[in-house]
Write a protein that binds this ligand. Structure first.
Ligand code: UDP
Length: 237
């Protein structure tokens, strides 16, 4: 299957933003992302981004330490807004316009998300950063990015991770793990592979949204994917 990339939804994890320091926000990682994002915008690709908040707070880990789950999830959603603001300022500094939209009203930090507003900005060539996840607790930013990819009629959801695709077992634990070039959503369920949570995977399956998993921590990989290089794993029906 050949993918055409006119409009993409890029999912970045909060943890990846921490870079080598392992917590918080790495300025080096931010500028690497900014350059890569600017590069593909220059190729005429419309770019929407969802970034997680795991480098700052996750509702589930709060709940195991006695936090109310809903309040913890709200803290997690706010963490994604913090990361989104950081991610928006780095491309702006090198001349690439960005726009932060929020799924929960919080002007003037960002405009309240709507499909129309996001698409207008994409068509103006701005990078649209959809922050705050779905705006509801008990979801993840993987589900938020599936939702936004489908809503914004992206050609693909690119899931940037720290591994170069989907394996039959954890490649960080099992050196013999085998990588898939292509896999179906059903195989992900059947093999119990931890690619994304089931809600996010099911949304993509039900709406025919292809997912491409690749290593975003290697500089230049985003352009390689856009140029059609087969460096990750494609998920389709
Ligand atoms: N979150 C939420 N609803 C959403 C998206 C995120 O409640 O629609 C909360 C949830 O607590 C989650 C946290 O925000 O743990 C950070 O998001 P996520 O864990 O997906 O970040 P990542 O793992 O990608 O860094």
């Amino acid at each position: 299957m050949v993918l055409h990339f006119n409009r993409i939804l890029l999912k970045l994890s909060g943890e990846s933003l921490a870079g080598a320091q392992g917590h918080g926000i790495s300025v080096e990682r931010l500028s690497q992302y900014a350059e890569q994002i600017k590069e593909i915008c220059g190729l005429g690709v419309q770019v929407a981004i969802v970034i997680g908040g795991g480098n700052i707070f996750r509702g589930m880990s709060g709940a195991t330490r006695g936090f109310d789950r809903v309040k913890g999830d709200q803290m997690g959603m706010l963490a994604t807004v913090i990361n989104s603001l950081a991610l928006s300022s780095a491309p702006t500094a090198i001349g690439q316009k960005t726009r932060v939209l929020t799924s929960i009203r919080m002007e003037p930090i960002g405009e309240f998300y709507s499909k129309d507003c996001a698409i207008e900005a994409l068509e103006r060539g701005e990078v649209v950063i959809c922050s705050g996840g779905t705006g509801s607790p008990y979801f993840t930013t993987d589900t938020g990015s599936s939702l936004r990819a489908i809503e914004l009629e992206a050609d693909v959801m690119l899931k940037g991770t720290r591994v170069d695709g989907i394996y039959d077992s954890d490649p960080e634990k099992n050196p013999g793990a085998k990588k898939f070039e292509h896999i179906t959503y059903d195989e992900i369920y059947n093999r119990n592979l931890k690619v994304m949570d089931l809600t996010a995977t099911t949304m993509c399956k039900d709406n025919g949204m292809p997912i491409y998993v690749f290593n975003m921590d290697v500089f230049g990989n985003l352009k390689r994917v856009i140029s059609g290089e087969n460096i990750g794993t494609l998920v389709t029906n």
